[in-house]
Design a protein around this ligand. Structure first.
Ligand code: AHR
Length: 521
């Protein structure tokens, strides 16, 4: 993408006044958007989605089958499909997750009525009828115009099974496997953007040590062959939370060889309000202590990324290998009355604020973090969309992603905040304001702001701008959310600040996400 910079865009100075009530504790902060210092491209796949065979994430949530009474196109429910189109989903990861390491791709091809029935041993022990398989996944990606990320089965598969799957997806050669694909209704190979060898090898993917997995990666990657013109970006399963040993061991141990590629290392981090897996915290009905602790927990991801980037910068200074946060988001105690194996949770304003914070962090490391996947797209964990039979509701996280679509493939520009106001709670402190800016493909500069504070608005003075229009997502309630009975409780509202002589003054309410188009600077 070419970005033309105009002299007038050299410096955008934003003054921020932080106020509690009527300017009590008022604080002045300057934000400098350095539009003349273009940074990395924000790969659109940073805003990627994850869909696993888990609970109602795929079945009911996306796939209802052609015979369903729910309106559908080729088996994909139309309401969800249209909402995802609107969201401009850039990338889909499938089929897991933990599920990936027990998934045998041949179960999911051919006539649906003769596909085998298996048990989903990771997620609720339910029967998997394999109605959604390789053809359905790529059909969905094509309907959405999304890149594709397939996670291979290292845990219970074989290098041969994986090589066959890759051939089935990517080859145009006149082989028996390709003939089979054609007989199953797909003539041309599909475009496979990313392929991972295993998932969470340290845990559900096989409880391996980094050294053992690295040996296996060398072996399996040697046979993961695809045609020259359809080579996926190859991903090794990496660490979680604060671990850096996976990135280090992989970078030191994966051979540099003509038939082995490792283009990215995955990393997972989930945000739990309490930080504890036994009692994680509730999705709704929480008090300010868990509003604060959830945001505090989520911000830790920056340290984890920073630590991994430091290791990678040392061992891969040319930044040939990406750090892919291919699972992130909130993980709460499941909603009462739902199957604990289905990981169904409500989604509130807190999730949207948290999504904004994570997006800002990913944008800051976009030269290394070129792809991420929020977990998960529909009905599972921090979902964009919730469904209940024929009903569908869009979550605050959906709107947070929608508001950031101008950031897809945009050119990041640095934002510096001086005197960052602090949000203090119980002797702890996090930044009250977070910001990220980019020059979009349309040439306009976009500024994304998050006010993390539960009760304090922030007044901003923007200087040297052309316009300040956009979208605001906010509420007076910390756990404001949409329900099937009241699907429009929380939605973005248009925001239009008056600009006079290149200046504007505006207020970001407490607990809010604001994305502004500042015009062509
Ligand atoms: O997203 C839910 C699960 O979380 C995934 O299957 C697994 O990779 C992670 O532990």
């Amino acid at each position: 993408m070419k970005v033309k910079l105009r002299p007038t865009s050299l410096l955008l100075l934003v003054t921020v006044l932080c106020s509690a009530g009527v300017f009590a504790r008022s604080q002045q902060v300057n934000i400098t958007v350095k539009a003349n210092e273009p940074g990395s491209i924000l790969n659109k796949d940073i805003y990627g989605q994850f869909m696993e065979h888990l609970g109602r994430g795929i079945y009911e949530g996306i796939w209802v089958g052609e015979g369903s009474s729910i309106p559908n196109k080729d088996g994909f429910r139309l309401d969800v499909l249209n909402a995802l189109k609107e969201l401009q989903v850039p990338l889909l990861r499938w089929p897991g997750g933990c599920f990936a390491d027990e998934y045998h791709w041949r179960d999911g091809i051919g006539p649906r009525e003769s596909r085998p029935k298996t048990v989903n041993s990771n997620w609720g022990g339910v029967i998997e009828d394999n109605a959604f398989g390789t053809h359905e996944f790529f059909a969905l990606a094509e309907l959405l115009g999304a890149d594709t990320y397939v996670n291979g089965n290292l845990g219970t598969g074989t290098p041969q099974e994986m090589a066959d799957w890759l051939q089935y997806i990517t080859s145009d050669a006149p082989t028996t496997l390709v003939q089979q694909r054609k007989a199953n209704g797909r003539d041309k190979p599909w475009k496979l953007t990313y392929f991972a060898i295993g998932n969470e090898a340290w845990g559900c993917g096989g409880n391996m040590t980094p050294e053992f997995y690295t040996h296996l990666y060398n072996q399996w990657a040697s046979f993961a062959k695809t045609p020259q013109d359809n080579q996926p970006i190859m991903i090794a399963s990496g660490g979680t939370d604060d671990s850096t040993i996976w990135a280090k061991t992989l970078l030191e141990g994966v051979k540099s060889s003509w038939n082995i590629r490792m283009d990215g290392i995955s990393h997972h981090y989930y945000t739990l309000p309490t930080g504890k897996w036994d009692v994680k915290g509730s999705a709704t009905g929480f008090a300010e202590d868990q509003w604060f602790s959830t945001l505090e927990q989520t911000l830790k991801i920056e340290d984890y990324i920073k630590a991994n980037v430091a290791v990678m910068d040392q061992l891969d200074p040319d930044k040939k290998v990406g750090l892919y946060v291919d699972e992130w988001g909130t993980w709460y105690d499941v909603d009462e009355g739902t199957n604990p194996g289905f990981l169904y949770q409500q989604n509130t304003l807190r999730d949207a604020i948290l999504a904004g914070l994570n997006i800002h962090i990913f944008n800051r490391y976009a030269d290394r973090v070129t792809m991420t996947n929020i977990a998960q797209m529909v009905n599972v964990l921090q979902a964009m969309i919730l469904t209940d039979k024929e009903k569908m509701v869009l979550t605050p996280t959906y709107y947070a992603f929608k508001m950031h679509t101008p950031f897809q493939d945009a050119r990041s520009v640095p934002v510096s905040l001086s005197n960052t106001p602090a949000y203090e709670f119980n002797n702890k402190s996090i930044p009250a304001l977070s910001a990220s800016a980019a020059i979009s493909q349309d040439g306009n500069t976009y500024l994304s702001l998050v006010n993390t504070q539960e009760d304090s608005a922030i007044t901003i003075n923007l200087l040297a701008i052309k316009q300040a229009t956009g979208w605001l997502l906010s509420s007076t309630k910390m756990d404001e959310h949409n329900t099937f009975a009241q699907p429009h409780n929380i939605e973005p509202t248009t925001f239009n600040a008056k600009v006079k002589n290149g200046k504007a003054s505006l207020t970001i309410p407490a607990k809010s996400l604001l994305v502004l188009n500042l015009g062509k600077l």
